[in-house]
Design a protein around this ligand. Structure first.
Ligand code: PAF
Length: 292
């Protein structure tokens, strides 16, 4: 049933009035879908918003560049903040609520003393190995945002595959009453996965960085078309292809799609995850496949 959305997007910076507005929506029987973001919104985010809109009566997006998930030498300060453009895009998508809190609104007792949410083991591998503390920052802020918004559903991009798996595990382990929805990866015409950090890629490198996706697809095809199950050898060859093209590789890894453990020969659902460094950016991508 179509719901009268009743006007333009409402923007909140504080928790209390946002909660009031969401309580009113729920009192009217509306379901709420939540899309947490760090802003600098692109078409990939818009696809998350559209999916949220298709699944629930009301859509809320948050924009918060969460300092807790950035390492000391990472890009928190230079992370692109494009608020006006973001608001215009969200209004064009008929988003109902935007939550754009300050750091003190989210961390009123300071970050050092903030209670943390930790998903063990699966956060120590892959991106977690090269970005220590990153996922702890993500799970802490996402659980806070879930408590603030109390959505029926929350939509995350499959692009951040490990993040999505970690959030699913957190929600399961902590019995958080929210349905987690994964949205397919949005790609440029040449295959590059859309990301807010793509703006760091230098123009000279831009045509070459699609190699990461091509190599992940090569891994997939080796398994699905050529029947290979020597996962470690496939990974090694993939890394070699990236290195020969001059890219420093963080990892190419074939994993159980749900647990992110190293893939076993009898695993059906597989994710191939990759991360590599370009001059300007660290890029991640993934492909998934089912083995018969
Ligand atoms: O994927 C992101 O943009 C962030 O990690 C998230 C989920 C909004 C938490 O800050």
């Amino acid at each position: 049933m179509a719901v009268d959305r009743g006007g333009i997007m409402q923007i909140y910076h504080r928790v209390a009035p946002l909660r009031q507005a969401l309580a009113q929506a729920r009192a009217r029987g509306h379901t709420v879908a939540f899309v947490p973001t760090m802003g600098n919104l692109h078409e990939g985010h818009m696809q998350l918003v559209r999916l949220a809109r298709a699944r629930c009566d009301r859509v809320i997006v948050s924009i918060f560049v969460n300092p807790l998930q950035f390492g000391l030498n990472e890009d928190w300060e230079k992370y692109p903040r494009t608020m006006e453009a973001d608001i215009a895009r969200l209004e064009a998508e008929q988003c109902d609520f935007l939550f754009h809190p300050s750091e003190t609104e989210i961390y009123p007792n300071g970050m050092a003393d903030q209670t943390r949410v930790v998903v063990p083991t699966m956060t120590d591998i892959l991106c977690g190995a090269s970005r220590p503390g990153h996922f702890e920052g993500v799970t802490t802020v996402v659980s806070k945002l879930f408590n603030i918004v109390q959505p029926d559903q929350a939509v995350f991009g499959v692009k951040d595959y490990q993040q999505l798996a970690v959030i699913r595990r957190m929600v399961e382990d902590l019995c958080i009453p929210v349905e987690i929805v994964g949205a397919p990866i949005a790609r440029d015409a040449d295959g590059l996965a859309l990301s807010s950090r793509n703006s760091y890629i230098t123009p000279a490198e831009r045509p070459r960085v699609t190699l990461l996706y091509k190599v992940l697809c090569w891994c997939r095809d080796e398994m699905t078309q050529n029947g290979r199950r020597d996962f470690a050898a496939v990974e090694e060859e993939a890394v070699r292809q990236l290195q020969e093209a001059g890219f420093r590789t963080d990892y190419v890894s074939i994993r159980n799609a749900r647990t992110l453990e190293t893939a076993a020969h009898d695993d059906d659902e597989i994710a191939v995850l990759g991360a590599m460094y370009t001059e300007g950016a660290r890029l991640i991508d993934n492909v998934t496949l089912t083995l018969g």
